[in-house]
Each structure stands twice: as structure tokens, then as C-alpha cells.
Design a protein around this ligand. Structure first.
Ligand SMILES: Nc1ncnc2c1ncn2[C@@H]1O[C@H](COP(=O)(O)OP(=O)(O)OP(=O)(O)O)[C@@H](O)[C@H]1O
Length: 260
């Protein structure tokens, strides 16, 4: 059986995600200008930048929530620039949002089960599944992966804010994703919860790549191998976490502006 690398090579690319000349206008405002970005399969990358830099718009263009005004986006070699969002999900792209999209009245396990069900090809049924069903097993594994085993039968409304964010990570992992976009997963977390999130992100399977938007540098730089800094809708700098941390221009632009 061909490996992911062999399949990508046959498709003429070695990238999980590739953006070429992507622009996104909102009226006269260029939220994204000439974005060129390449992310390898399994690569973990942070996108940093101050408010309004264009980070969320970048995610929206990749997921299909917004179409780019111009430019091309490829996902594992396939041009997805104009594909609807659900077709991108079918191809293994996932995303978390800054706002919570959980079913608060359902249990932790049921929320993850529904996420697994939503991205599976089977037809939806309102009949409660038996525990041995394959999807329920996947849901149980994901509960363990995000350290929520002890509270898996609790309604989400009773969870702390940090536990709800952990649950969102599990839901993004439903259905064997190939690439995940995390939108500020550490926002509003306590130091302990941040530590837990770092552990979870560090233990994701090596073949699953991600981009994380994160204002908390401690979280972002500890879980990635590469960093892209954006400013005013453009890519300002790329490098390793060490290079970016020690870059004088980045410090002046981003680290020095009081972001917490
Ligand atoms: N739907 C929209 N309509 C009009 N302007 C928008 C829209 N979405 C984003 N913008 C504008 O595009 C620019 C980039 O916004 P974006 O949300 O992508 O930045 P960001 O880097 O994610 O910022 P933050 O860190 O505050 O979330 C901003 O000037 C914003 O006001």
C-alpha cells in the first residue's frame, strides 16, 4: 500500500496544505494579501500576529467558511479553493472555533459520539447506539486521549471552561483527521488547564498536522516546530520557534506590544 508521502509525490506535491497568492478582501480592506504558505504532512505550526493580522480569515479561507478573493489552496495536492466546507471535512480537514459549539445538555461521550457520527459516511439515526458499535468505540478512545475519562458521563453544562475546551479538541479529532486548525484553544484557560492542553497537543498522532492560532506564546511555541508571523494581512516572518522568539523585528512587532 502506498504511503502518504508516495501518494503526495504521485500527486506532484509534498504538502498537506499549500496556499498560493491568496488574497481576501472585505470591501476595500485586504484581510489577506498574497499569502504563500506550505505545511508538510504531520507538521505542527503556529500562526501568530496581533489583532486584525488576518489569522482567523486565513482559517476561514482554508476551511471554506469564506472564499478567497483570489489565489489557490491545495490540500494534500488537491485544489480545494472552491470546495464547500463539508467536502473539505470529508477529506480530513478539521477546525475548532473561538466560540464553543458544544451540546451543553448532552454528556461528554455523547458530544464526541455525535462528532464521530457527523464526519462518518453512515446515515444518521436517532436510535441510541450500543456501546460496542465502532463509532462509540472511537468516541471512547477520544475521551481518553483528551483526559476526560473520569467525567465522560457528565453533562457538558457541568464541565469547567477548560474541560469544555479539551472536549472541543476531542471533537476535532473525530473521524481520523489529516489536518486540524486550532483557533486559540488556550484562550481563557487557567495555568493548570494550559499545561493539560499542551500535553494533549503534544501527544497527537505524528501524522496529524495542525496550525494553531494562539496568543499565549508559552502554549504556541511548546507544541509546534514552525511558526508563521502575520501582520496586516501579510506573512511577516517564518521560522522555528527559537528563531521567531529571538527575532528582533518580531519582538518589536508582536512580543513587545503587550499581548498576553
Ligand atoms: N466578515 C468580515 N467582514 C469585514 N471585515 C472583516 C471580516 N472578518 C474579518 N474582517 C477584518 O479583516 C481583518 C483581519 O481579521 P481577522 O479576524 O482575520 O484577524 P485576526 O488576526 O484573526 O485577529 P484576532 O486576533 O483579533 O482574532 C480585520 O481588520 C477584520 O476587521
Amino acid at each position: 500500500m502506498a504511503t502518504v508521502a508516495q501518494k503526495l509525490s504521485a500527486a506532484g506535491t509534498s504538502h498537506a496544505l499549500e496556499l498560493r497568492g491568496v488574497d481576501r478582501m472585505f470591501g476595500a480592506l485586504a484581510a489577506l494579501s498574497d499569502i504563500n504558505l506550505e505545511v508538510r504532512p504531520g507538521e505542527k505550526r503556529a500562526v501568530l500576529g496581533s489583532n486584525g493580522a488576518g489569522k482567523t480569515t486565513l482559517f476561514n479561507c482554508v476551511t471554506g467558511d469564506f472564499l478567497p478573493t483570489s489565489g489557490r489552496i491545495r490540500f494534500f495536492g488537491e485544489d480545494i479553493t472552491r470546495l464547500p466546507a463539508h467536502e473539505r471535512i470529508r477529506r480530513g480537514l478539521r477546525r475548532t472555533y473561538q466560540i464553543s459549539l458544544l451540546f451543553k445538555g448532552l454528556t461528554v461521550l455523547d458530544n464526541i459520539y455525535l462528532a464521530c457520527r457527523g464526519v462518518s459516511r453512515g446515515r444518521f439515526s436517532f436510535v441510541r447506539p450500543r456501546r460496542n458499535e465502532a463509532l462509540m468505540q472511537s468516541a471512547e478512545e477520544l475521551v481518553d486521549a483528551v483526559h476526560l475519562t473520569d467525567i465522560r458521563d457528565r453533562p457538558v453544562a457541568e464541565l469547567s471552561y477548560g474541560q469544555q475546551r479539551q472536549l472541543e479538541v476531542a471533537m476535532a479529532l473525530a473521524g481520523a483527521p489529516r489536518f486540524i486548525l486550532f483557533d486559540e484553544p488556550a484562550a481563557g484557560l487557567s495555568p493548570t488547564e494550559r499545561g493539560e492542553l499542551i500535553e494533549i497537543l503534544q501527544s497527537l498522532p505524528s501524522h496529524v498536522g495542525f496550525i494553531i492560532i494562539e496568543h499565549d506564546m508559552d502554549v504556541a511555541l511548546r507544541v509546534v516546530e514552525s511558526v508563521t508571523v502575520m501582520h496586516n494581512g501579510r506573512i511577516f516572518k517564518e521560522g522555528t520557534p527559537e528563531e521567531i522568539e529571538n527575532d528582533a523585528q518580531v519582538q518589536e512587532l508582536y512580543l513587545g506590544d503587550g499581548h498576553g
